[in-house]
Design a protein around this ligand. Sequence first.
Ligand code: ATP
Length: 307
Amino acid sequence: MNATTSVTVRVPAKVNLQLAVGPARGDGYHGLVNVFHAVSLFDEVTVSARTDLPPGQAVLSADGERPDHLARVPLDEGNLAARAAALLARHTPRATGVHIHLRKAIPVAGGMAGGSADAAAALVACDALWDSGVPREQLLELAADLGSDVPFPLLGHTAVGTGRGELLTPLPTPGTFHWVFALAEGGLSTAAVFAEYDRLRPDAPEPRLDHDLAAALAAGDPRRLGTALTNDLQPAALSLRPGLASVLDAGRAAGALGAVVSGSGPTCAFLAGSAEHARGLAAALRGLDECADTVTAHGPVPGATVL
Ligand code: ATP
């Protein structure tokens, strides 16, 4: 008999090193070339068996250091981690009900895919709790069914996503990159940012992987990487939150090797030359009106891991 009653999985946030967005497709999604990079800013997801609940049904709780962020995390079946447990339960006869506890450190609605990371972690945790026997390839497919950003946190490190971002190819990257993230007050809705993108760029070309970026990653060269960071959603995020421009400018003025809005924002990402340089950049950003907080992190780091 399997005596496991509780499993904790640690899962990283992502920053997009390139986010190239094509025209809206017939199915409503945009074609993307999305270079994901996993950074050392982690949520922890603990699932515990609740045999008094139907298989796959979840009750949720959450804690974390930022009450304003926690207040935006749904604790019902709308939580992506609950949806992940329900989906995996349909593929294993050994499923139970679960209690899911989220320890949130990834900013909520911050463009760092925290909800997707929690969904990936819940898949891995429930897979271990239930000893589901679902093959890895199928876990990745279930992840893609949950959302375009859910497969990547299963892999971690650095990878390029094509299609709607869910078809992943790892990009081996030697060395470590040091980052500062400037968190903003309040979140930005991903759907609203894409809608603004469509308004600003009705003529978007087909997205392509940037060769300078790929070369910078292959060489592990932070200076080259800093100048190659791009995000097609950045003008849309800045249009909705104009104050972010001054955060990006301040980071550049303080010597960041690169500055870019992360995903759909409003978090801004800054590349530093070393851990010490990152701490200095964070100190320079902290006083800004538009910067609610800063965190430093490094990447790449592995994907969802059972603790
Ligand atoms: P992305 O970059 O993938 O668009 P994001 O980082 O901007 O996402 P998330 O933190 O994933 O944003 O949250 C977006 C919304 O998803 C939240 O406002 C919240 O309502 C909902 N949500 C569902 N599940 C979760 C979860 N486990 N953690 C955080 N938010 C969640």
